[in-house]
Design a binder for this molecule. Structure first.
Ligand code: AMP
Length: 181
């Protein structure tokens, strides 16, 4: 079964639209036949993704560093929980276990994970699909910044196209699926 690695907020966000979108995305991911790899937490959108995917009967693998794996944050109901030593080890294992990557709304952690995996693709370290779920236009300003980066010559146009963004989870999943070898 192909697996998607989900990057998303450890906070729920103020607007309920984000939690709803995360639950809907998790159900769509399971219905599309993907397993879920994620940061292992039970907080924020991460927790919602895990709960909704488990409820939908999906496979959910968490990868969490020891320092974060306290009872409050590690999700106990998931298929498998890998406890690793460091954030670097965690990101490497999440990438190894996954066939594609999908970012939902989140903060610095989500951005760091998304940009690292995008940079690795830019460098040819992997060729797995990367998606950005633009819930409620959350990432519009980021997408505008990427356009500026391209027009100012800091990223090439083919680099700008190394990820797919959409507000529609089903559209994203179909596109990502078609790229998975
Ligand atoms: P942020 O976007 O800053 O909320 O960070 C969320 C991302 O960082 C997630 O995709 C996780 O991989 C990681 N992360 C942040 N906080 C936690 C936590 N308490 N437990 C597990 N992972 C976390």
């Amino acid at each position: 079964m192909p697996r998607l690695c989900i990057f998303c907020g450890a906070h729920p966000g103020r607007n309920g639209v984000f939690l709803d979108a995360a639950a809907r995305a998790a159900r769509a991911i399971v219905a599309a036949g993907f397993g879920v790899v994620y940061g292992g937490g039970r907080v924020g959108l991460m927790g919602t993704i895990a709960e909704a995917a488990i409820e939908a009967g999906g496979e959910v693998i968490g990868v969490i560093p020891e320092a974060l794996a306290t009872e409050e944050v590690a999700h106990s109901g998931i298929t498998r929980l890998h406890i690793v030593q460091s954030m670097h080890e965690r990101k490497a294992l999440m990438a190894d276990l996954s066939d594609g990557f999908l970012a939902l709304p989140g903060g610095f952690g989500t951005m760091e994970e998304f940009h690292e995996i995008l940079t690795w693709r830019q460098l040819g370290i992997h060729d797995k699909p990367i998606g950005l779920l633009n819930v409620d236009n959350y990432y519009d300003n980021l997408l505008a910044l990427y356009d500026r980066m391209e027009s100012e010559g800091f990223i090439r146009s083919q680099t700008r196209r190394l990820f797919i963004s959409s507000a529609d989870i089903d559209e994203l999943l179909v596109s990502m699926r078609s790229i998975i070898t």
